[in-house]
Design a protein around this ligand. Structure first.
Ligand code: ZN
Ligand code: ZN
Length: 167
């Protein structure tokens, strides 16, 4: 996470000082959360302004990344680009769950970037809106293959499973 630590001493010593920071981050540095993870061959791009406001640092900008998720119907991997606004406050005495800690002259952008990107992710992703999912009998991907399974004789109770989210 070290490259996401930014020294803001220059800003803290001047009232109302402002600086624009543009970063290209290796996704490995942000890590994954649960079954979602950042696509490793796409850098996370961050464009953010730091501003010194009454002993705190306000960061305001945007982070863009590509996540890999699994289609909740057919289980194929899908790439999901996200652009997340990042608007946070770093202060010496942070408010739990609301602001981040200003550690001496340094702020760590890792937490805010990861948290804001995660907020943009869908809870159940589909590879396409009309994804028809897997055959419940033989398990083939019905988007790309056809089978001759007779789904009409299936127990109707299976219907409830069709839209179930598979984690
Ligand atoms: Zn799908
Ligand atoms: Zn089938």
């Amino acid at each position: 996470m070290d490259s996401l630590r930014c020294n803001v001493a220059d800003l803290l010593h001047r009232p109302a000082a402002r600086r624009l920071v543009v970063l290209s981050i290796d996704p490995e540095e942000l890590g994954g959360v649960g079954q979602t993870r950042l696509v490793s061959d796409e850098p996370v791009s961050v464009k953010i302004a730091f501003e010194h406001v009454s002993d705190s640092i306000v960061v305001n900008g945007q982070a863009a990344a590509v996540y890999e998720l699994t289609c909740s119907r057919c289980l194929e991997p899908i790439r999901h680009p996200v652009a997340a606004p990042v608007r946070e406050l770093f202060e010496h005495d942070p408010i739990e769950g609301q602001t981040y800690k200003l550690e001496g002259d340094e702020i760590d952008l890792g937490g805010p970037i990861r948290d804001n990107i995660l907020l943009q992710l869908p809870s159940a992703a589909l590879c396409k809106d009309d994804c028809v999912g897997l055959c419940l009998v033989c398990g083939i991907n019905r988007n790309t293959d056809t089978c001759s399974c007779d789904l009409t004789v299936m127990d109707p109770r299976w219907d409830a499973l069709k839209d179930i989210k598979i984690d």
